[in-house]
Design a binder for this molecule. Sequence first.
Ligand SMILES: [Zn+2]
Length: 263
Amino acid sequence: MEAPDIATDLAEARRLPHAVARLREACLAHSDTLPRLDRGEPRKARCAACRLIRSHCMCALRASVPTRAGVCLVMSEFEALKPSNTGWLVADVVPDTHAFAWSRLHVAPALLALLDDPRWQPVVVFPGEFAAPERVVSEIANTPGRRPLFILFDGTWAEARKAFRKSPYLDRFPVLSLTPEQISRYKLRRSWHAHHFCTSEVAALCLALAGDTHAAQVLEATLDVFSDRYLRARQSVAPDPGGVAQVRLEALREHEPDARRNA
Ligand SMILES: [Zn+2]
């Protein structure tokens, strides 16, 4: 096997739109055996940018919104490869999204550098019952000159718990525990992930807490459109351009000059 061409890798990395896309490419390039992650999915070509099958592509609707807060996704080994992963949507909407593959044995130097960067104020987002009580907070500290950096685990619940317990370099940061009231209010509107908060929902709640309200709304609406089209693709039903989710996302794009259209 030939040694990887680093120059080509770098050029490729710059071509890709965001951190999760780059992590996906790295995962594809460096894994010898990949699990099947698309069982039950349509066996049709997907759009490389939004990962939906081409007839259901939502790229014309995508928008990124500049935010004060940043997001740091700590992703399970194959999470970036899953067509249903919603960390991808976070990276679509929030330009300052960082993504790293979690490993118990190897911590990416770039992750440690990010955590030490004085421009950021990292906070780990996780249920408070699993953390030492003195670390648990329910609000974002507002420190002048430092932007909130939400560290989210992106993977199954079991994987997230393991990563939380076995990442000692995160132990020095507070743990933001979202309250039951915030979660239940949110869940009333949700059906796709009825029993489990997905990563983009958690990120939207965090952005709202940090005052990035418009980005939070765009992210919510983006998930709604993605979920709708994803399910329709599985059921071989055409996308609905007049559907509630799409109309809401289009309205949010229209009414915010800061929202940069990706299309
Ligand atoms: Zn697309």
